[in-house]
Design a protein around this ligand. Structure first.
Ligand SMILES: O=C(O)[C@H](O)COP(=O)(O)O
Length: 345
Protein backbone atom coordinates (compact mmCIF):
# COMPACT_ATOMS: atom_id res chain seq x y z
CA UNK A 1 0.00 0.00 0.00
CA UNK A 2 1.64 3.20 -1.08
CA UNK A 3 1.96 5.82 1.63
CA UNK A 4 -0.37 8.76 1.25
CA UNK A 5 0.13 12.37 2.03
CA UNK A 6 -3.24 12.99 3.61
CA UNK A 7 -4.89 16.38 3.25
CA UNK A 8 -7.25 16.59 6.23
CA UNK A 9 -9.31 19.28 4.57
CA UNK A 10 -10.44 19.22 0.98
CA UNK A 11 -8.25 16.35 -0.23
CA UNK A 12 -6.44 19.00 -2.22
CA UNK A 13 -4.43 18.06 -5.30
CA UNK A 14 -0.67 17.87 -4.68
CA UNK A 15 0.91 18.55 -8.05
CA UNK A 16 4.39 19.95 -7.34
CA UNK A 17 3.58 21.05 -3.78
CA UNK A 18 5.73 19.20 -1.29
CA UNK A 19 3.85 18.56 1.91
CA UNK A 20 4.14 15.81 4.48
CA UNK A 21 2.90 12.30 5.07
CA UNK A 22 0.55 11.70 7.97
CA UNK A 23 1.96 9.49 10.71
CA UNK A 24 -0.03 6.58 9.18
CA UNK A 25 1.34 7.44 5.77
CA UNK A 26 4.88 7.56 7.14
CA UNK A 27 4.44 4.23 8.93
CA UNK A 28 3.25 2.48 5.76
CA UNK A 29 5.95 4.24 3.73
CA UNK A 30 8.74 3.38 6.14
CA UNK A 31 7.52 -0.24 6.40
CA UNK A 32 7.67 -0.57 2.63
CA UNK A 33 10.48 1.76 1.58
CA UNK A 34 12.56 2.55 4.65
CA UNK A 35 12.66 5.97 6.11
CA UNK A 36 14.10 7.93 3.25
CA UNK A 37 11.15 10.27 3.52
CA UNK A 38 11.62 13.70 2.04
CA UNK A 39 9.88 16.13 4.26
CA UNK A 40 10.36 19.41 5.87
CA UNK A 41 11.30 20.27 9.35
CA UNK A 42 10.42 22.21 12.54
CA UNK A 43 12.28 22.85 15.73
CA UNK A 44 11.59 23.17 19.42
CA UNK A 45 14.35 23.27 22.01
CA UNK A 46 13.68 22.52 25.65
CA UNK A 47 15.33 23.88 28.68
CA UNK A 48 13.97 21.38 31.15
CA UNK A 49 14.80 22.71 34.58
CA UNK A 50 17.64 24.65 33.05
CA UNK A 51 19.79 26.60 35.42
CA UNK A 52 22.88 28.66 34.90
CA UNK A 53 25.80 26.47 35.95
CA UNK A 54 29.18 27.99 36.77
CA UNK A 55 30.24 27.11 33.22
CA UNK A 56 27.01 28.01 31.45
CA UNK A 57 23.58 26.47 30.75
CA UNK A 58 22.75 22.79 31.22
CA UNK A 59 20.07 21.79 28.79
CA UNK A 60 18.35 18.50 29.57
CA UNK A 61 16.12 19.03 26.62
CA UNK A 62 17.04 19.76 23.25
CA UNK A 63 16.77 21.45 22.09
CA UNK A 64 15.18 22.50 5.49
CA UNK A 65 14.92 21.89 -0.51
CA UNK A 66 18.34 23.42 0.26
CA UNK A 67 19.01 26.67 -1.33
CA UNK A 68 22.65 27.57 -1.65
CA UNK A 69 21.73 31.22 -1.69
CA UNK A 70 19.75 32.79 1.06
CA UNK A 71 16.14 31.96 0.57
CA UNK A 72 14.03 34.51 -1.29
CA UNK A 73 11.41 36.12 0.92
CA UNK A 74 9.09 33.18 1.65
CA UNK A 75 5.56 33.37 0.32
CA UNK A 76 3.95 33.42 3.71
CA UNK A 77 0.32 32.38 3.76
CA UNK A 78 -2.10 34.89 5.28
CA UNK A 79 -1.46 35.05 9.01
CA UNK A 80 -4.17 33.31 10.98
CA UNK A 81 -3.82 35.69 13.89
CA UNK A 82 -7.16 37.41 14.31
CA UNK A 83 -7.23 41.12 13.45
CA UNK A 84 -7.53 42.26 17.07
CA UNK A 85 -4.14 40.58 17.69
CA UNK A 86 -2.58 42.02 14.57
CA UNK A 87 -3.53 45.54 15.64
CA UNK A 88 -1.71 45.05 18.98
CA UNK A 89 1.36 47.23 19.09
CA UNK A 90 3.41 45.03 21.41
CA UNK A 91 3.50 41.80 19.43
CA UNK A 92 3.96 38.60 21.31
CA UNK A 93 5.03 35.45 19.49
CA UNK A 94 6.03 31.90 20.33
CA UNK A 95 9.46 30.73 19.13
CA UNK A 96 9.89 26.97 19.11
CA UNK A 97 13.30 25.40 18.44
CA UNK A 98 14.37 21.77 18.38
CA UNK A 99 17.38 19.68 17.51
CA UNK A 100 16.56 16.79 15.16
CA UNK A 101 15.83 13.33 16.54
CA UNK A 102 18.59 10.71 16.67
CA UNK A 103 20.14 10.15 13.23
CA UNK A 104 21.68 6.96 11.82
CA UNK A 105 25.15 8.51 12.25
CA UNK A 106 24.40 9.65 15.80
CA UNK A 107 23.59 6.00 16.46
CA UNK A 108 26.96 4.95 14.94
CA UNK A 109 28.76 7.76 16.88
CA UNK A 110 30.08 9.26 13.63
CA UNK A 111 30.83 12.97 13.11
CA UNK A 112 27.98 14.09 10.85
CA UNK A 113 28.24 17.83 10.23
CA UNK A 114 26.73 18.66 6.83
CA UNK A 115 26.49 15.04 5.64
CA UNK A 116 22.79 14.43 4.92
CA UNK A 117 21.65 11.29 6.79
CA UNK A 118 18.11 10.32 7.94
CA UNK A 119 16.70 9.56 11.38
CA UNK A 120 16.79 6.22 13.13
CA UNK A 121 13.53 4.60 14.26
CA UNK A 122 14.29 6.06 17.71
CA UNK A 123 14.77 9.48 16.11
CA UNK A 124 11.36 9.11 14.42
CA UNK A 125 9.78 8.28 17.78
CA UNK A 126 11.54 11.25 19.41
CA UNK A 127 10.13 13.55 16.72
CA UNK A 128 6.59 12.27 17.22
CA UNK A 129 6.93 12.65 21.01
CA UNK A 130 8.21 16.20 20.54
CA UNK A 131 5.16 16.92 18.37
CA UNK A 132 2.85 15.76 21.15
CA UNK A 133 4.51 18.14 23.59
CA UNK A 134 3.97 21.18 21.42
CA UNK A 135 0.64 20.13 19.88
CA UNK A 136 -1.23 23.06 21.46
CA UNK A 137 1.29 25.81 20.69
CA UNK A 138 0.53 27.99 17.63
CA UNK A 139 2.73 27.71 14.53
CA UNK A 140 2.39 30.15 11.60
CA UNK A 141 5.75 29.51 9.87
CA UNK A 142 8.42 26.82 9.95
CA UNK A 143 12.12 27.26 9.15
CA UNK A 144 14.37 24.24 8.77
CA UNK A 145 17.90 23.39 7.81
CA UNK A 146 18.48 21.90 4.36
CA UNK A 147 19.25 18.48 5.89
CA UNK A 148 16.80 15.59 5.96
CA UNK A 149 17.26 14.68 9.65
CA UNK A 150 15.95 18.07 10.75
CA UNK A 151 13.25 18.09 8.07
CA UNK A 152 11.97 14.63 9.01
CA UNK A 153 11.87 15.75 12.67
CA UNK A 154 9.71 18.73 11.83
CA UNK A 155 7.27 16.95 9.57
CA UNK A 156 6.80 14.08 12.01
CA UNK A 157 6.31 16.50 14.91
CA UNK A 158 3.63 18.34 12.91
CA UNK A 159 1.64 15.14 12.45
CA UNK A 160 0.81 15.51 16.16
CA UNK A 161 -0.28 19.15 16.06
CA UNK A 162 -3.94 19.55 17.02
CA UNK A 163 -4.56 22.43 14.55
CA UNK A 164 -3.94 19.95 11.70
CA UNK A 165 -2.55 22.54 9.30
CA UNK A 166 -0.39 21.05 6.52
CA UNK A 167 3.30 22.11 6.47
CA UNK A 168 4.19 22.94 2.84
CA UNK A 169 7.83 23.30 1.79
CA UNK A 170 8.36 26.57 -0.12
CA UNK A 171 10.30 26.01 -3.34
CA UNK A 172 12.12 29.23 -4.25
CA UNK A 173 15.29 27.58 -5.57
CA UNK A 174 14.37 28.66 -9.10
CA UNK A 175 11.63 30.71 -10.76
CA UNK A 176 10.23 27.51 -12.30
CA UNK A 177 10.18 25.79 -8.88
CA UNK A 178 8.39 28.78 -7.40
CA UNK A 179 5.78 28.90 -10.18
CA UNK A 180 5.26 25.12 -10.33
CA UNK A 181 4.69 24.85 -6.59
CA UNK A 182 2.03 27.59 -6.40
CA UNK A 183 -1.17 26.85 -4.46
CA UNK A 184 -4.28 28.18 -6.19
CA UNK A 185 -6.81 27.82 -3.41
CA UNK A 186 -7.00 30.53 -0.74
CA UNK A 187 -8.74 28.11 1.62
CA UNK A 188 -6.01 25.48 1.18
CA UNK A 189 -3.38 28.18 1.77
CA UNK A 190 -5.09 29.14 5.01
CA UNK A 191 -4.86 25.52 6.13
CA UNK A 192 -1.14 25.33 5.29
CA UNK A 193 2.03 26.38 7.08
CA UNK A 194 4.89 27.69 4.87
CA UNK A 195 8.15 25.82 5.47
CA UNK A 196 11.38 27.57 4.48
CA UNK A 197 14.55 25.49 4.13
CA UNK A 198 17.90 27.22 4.56
CA UNK A 199 21.44 25.82 4.44
CA UNK A 200 22.41 28.59 6.88
CA UNK A 201 20.65 26.56 9.60
CA UNK A 202 22.65 23.41 8.76
CA UNK A 203 24.83 21.70 11.34
CA UNK A 204 28.36 23.10 11.60
CA UNK A 205 30.56 21.67 8.82
CA UNK A 206 32.91 19.25 10.59
CA UNK A 207 35.49 19.20 7.78
CA UNK A 208 37.81 16.19 7.72
CA UNK A 209 36.10 14.68 10.79
CA UNK A 210 32.85 14.02 8.88
CA UNK A 211 32.23 10.29 8.74
CA UNK A 212 34.91 9.48 11.34
CA UNK A 213 33.91 7.61 14.46
CA UNK A 214 34.16 9.97 17.47
CA UNK A 215 35.92 7.40 19.63
CA UNK A 216 38.42 6.41 16.88
CA UNK A 217 39.10 10.11 16.30
CA UNK A 218 39.89 10.55 20.00
CA UNK A 219 42.16 7.49 19.80
CA UNK A 220 43.91 8.97 16.74
CA UNK A 221 44.22 12.64 17.74
CA UNK A 222 43.85 12.45 21.53
CA UNK A 223 40.76 13.13 23.70
CA UNK A 224 41.74 16.73 24.50
CA UNK A 225 42.23 17.64 20.84
CA UNK A 226 38.85 16.18 19.85
CA UNK A 227 37.14 17.90 22.79
CA UNK A 228 38.73 21.18 21.68
CA UNK A 229 37.43 20.71 18.12
CA UNK A 230 33.98 19.74 19.38
CA UNK A 231 33.51 22.23 22.21
CA UNK A 232 35.79 25.22 21.71
CA UNK A 233 34.24 28.45 20.38
CA UNK A 234 36.76 29.61 17.78
CA UNK A 235 38.96 26.55 16.98
CA UNK A 236 37.74 24.72 13.84
CA UNK A 237 38.31 21.01 13.07
CA UNK A 238 40.64 20.37 10.09
CA UNK A 239 39.12 22.22 7.09
CA UNK A 240 35.86 22.61 8.98
CA UNK A 241 33.85 25.31 10.79
CA UNK A 242 34.36 26.49 14.34
CA UNK A 243 31.22 27.15 16.40
CA UNK A 244 31.91 30.86 15.84
CA UNK A 245 31.88 30.40 12.05
CA UNK A 246 28.65 28.40 12.30
CA UNK A 247 27.16 31.12 14.51
CA UNK A 248 28.08 33.81 11.98
CA UNK A 249 25.80 32.23 9.35
CA UNK A 250 23.07 30.78 11.57
CA UNK A 251 22.51 33.87 13.72
CA UNK A 252 22.74 36.16 10.68
CA UNK A 253 19.99 34.10 9.04
CA UNK A 254 17.89 34.19 12.22
CA UNK A 255 18.11 37.98 12.60
CA UNK A 256 17.56 38.65 8.86
CA UNK A 257 14.80 36.14 8.01
CA UNK A 258 13.24 34.80 11.20
CA UNK A 259 13.24 37.60 13.77
CA UNK A 260 11.19 39.92 11.46
CA UNK A 261 8.49 37.24 11.26
CA UNK A 262 8.35 37.06 15.07
CA UNK A 263 8.27 40.85 15.33
CA UNK A 264 5.27 40.85 12.97
CA UNK A 265 3.48 38.56 15.45
CA UNK A 266 4.01 35.26 13.57
CA UNK A 267 4.58 32.16 15.71
CA UNK A 268 7.67 30.41 14.37
CA UNK A 269 9.20 26.94 14.67
CA UNK A 270 12.81 26.22 13.67
CA UNK A 271 14.28 22.78 12.98
CA UNK A 272 18.04 22.46 13.08
CA UNK A 273 21.09 20.90 14.74
CA UNK A 274 23.15 20.72 17.88
CA UNK A 275 25.63 23.43 16.94
CA UNK A 276 23.53 25.73 14.77
CA UNK A 277 20.99 25.79 17.61
CA UNK A 278 23.65 26.34 20.28
CA UNK A 279 24.66 29.39 18.24
CA UNK A 280 21.06 30.68 18.10
CA UNK A 281 20.52 30.07 21.83
CA UNK A 282 23.76 31.93 22.53
CA UNK A 283 22.14 34.92 20.75
CA UNK A 284 18.74 34.52 22.41
CA UNK A 285 20.12 34.08 25.93
CA UNK A 286 23.04 36.49 25.42
CA UNK A 287 25.50 33.77 26.48
CA UNK A 288 29.22 34.50 26.40
CA UNK A 289 31.56 32.42 24.22
CA UNK A 290 32.66 30.77 27.47
CA UNK A 291 29.12 29.96 28.65
CA UNK A 292 28.05 28.49 25.29
CA UNK A 293 30.88 25.93 25.50
CA UNK A 294 29.06 23.99 28.21
CA UNK A 295 25.69 24.27 26.47
CA UNK A 296 24.70 20.73 25.46
CA UNK A 297 21.56 19.75 23.52
CA UNK A 298 20.05 16.27 23.39
CA UNK A 299 18.09 15.02 20.38
CA UNK A 300 14.39 15.58 19.92
CA UNK A 301 13.18 17.39 23.05
CA UNK A 302 11.36 20.74 22.81
CA UNK A 303 12.11 24.24 24.05
CA UNK A 304 9.87 27.30 23.97
CA UNK A 305 10.75 30.99 23.87
CA UNK A 306 8.29 33.87 23.98
CA UNK A 307 9.21 37.02 22.10
CA UNK A 308 7.56 40.06 23.63
CA UNK A 309 8.37 43.65 22.70
CA UNK A 310 11.42 42.42 20.85
CA UNK A 311 12.83 40.53 23.85
CA UNK A 312 13.22 36.73 24.08
CA UNK A 313 12.10 35.04 27.28
CA UNK A 314 13.12 31.41 27.64
CA UNK A 315 10.13 29.36 28.81
CA UNK A 316 11.55 25.87 29.19
CA UNK A 317 10.21 22.66 27.83
CA UNK A 318 6.56 21.80 27.24
CA UNK A 319 6.75 18.38 28.82
CA UNK A 320 3.20 17.45 27.84
CA UNK A 321 0.55 18.90 25.53
CA UNK A 322 -1.65 19.80 28.45
CA UNK A 323 1.08 21.19 30.67
CA UNK A 324 -0.66 24.11 32.34
CA UNK A 325 2.62 25.87 33.00
CA UNK A 326 3.37 26.58 29.35
CA UNK A 327 -0.02 28.13 28.73
CA UNK A 328 0.13 30.18 31.88
CA UNK A 329 3.09 32.05 30.43
CA UNK A 330 1.14 34.18 28.02
CA UNK A 331 -2.51 34.94 27.51
CA UNK A 332 -2.32 34.38 23.78
CA UNK A 333 -1.02 30.82 24.24
CA UNK A 334 -3.80 30.07 26.71
CA UNK A 335 -6.46 31.58 24.37
CA UNK A 336 -5.06 29.64 21.41
CA UNK A 337 -5.24 26.38 23.31
CA UNK A 338 -8.79 27.16 24.47
CA UNK A 339 -9.84 27.85 20.87
CA UNK A 340 -8.33 24.51 19.81
CA UNK A 341 -10.30 22.76 22.53
CA UNK A 342 -13.51 24.45 21.37
CA UNK A 343 -12.79 23.72 17.70
CA UNK A 344 -12.04 20.06 18.33
CA UNK A 345 -14.81 19.26 20.78
O1 LIG B 1 27.44 16.70 13.57
C1 LIG B 1 27.53 15.86 14.49
O2 LIG B 1 28.37 14.96 14.57
C2 LIG B 1 26.55 16.02 15.65
O3 LIG B 1 25.33 16.37 15.21
C3 LIG B 1 27.05 17.07 16.60
O4 LIG B 1 28.23 16.67 16.94
P1 LIG B 1 28.94 17.31 18.24
O5 LIG B 1 28.00 17.09 19.38
O6 LIG B 1 30.21 16.54 18.33
O7 LIG B 1 29.13 18.77 17.93
Amino acid sequence: MAATAFHPFSGAIHGCCSDSFTKRGFESFSVKFGSGLRGSAVCVISLVGSERHSGGWKLNGVQASSSLTSVAEPISFPSNKDTSDSRKKSYEAALILIRHGESLWNEKNLFTGCVDVPLTKKGVEEAIEAGKRISNIPVDMIFTSALIRAQMTAMLAMTQHRRKKVPVIMHNESEQARVWSQIYSEETKKQSIPVVTAWQLNERMYGELQGLNKQETADRYGKEQVHEWRRSYDIPPPNGESLEMCADRAVAYFTEHIEPQLLSGKNVMIAAHGNSLRAIIMYLDKLTSKEVISLELSTGIPMLYIMKNGKFIRRGSPVAPTEAGVYAYTRSLAVYRQKLDEMLH
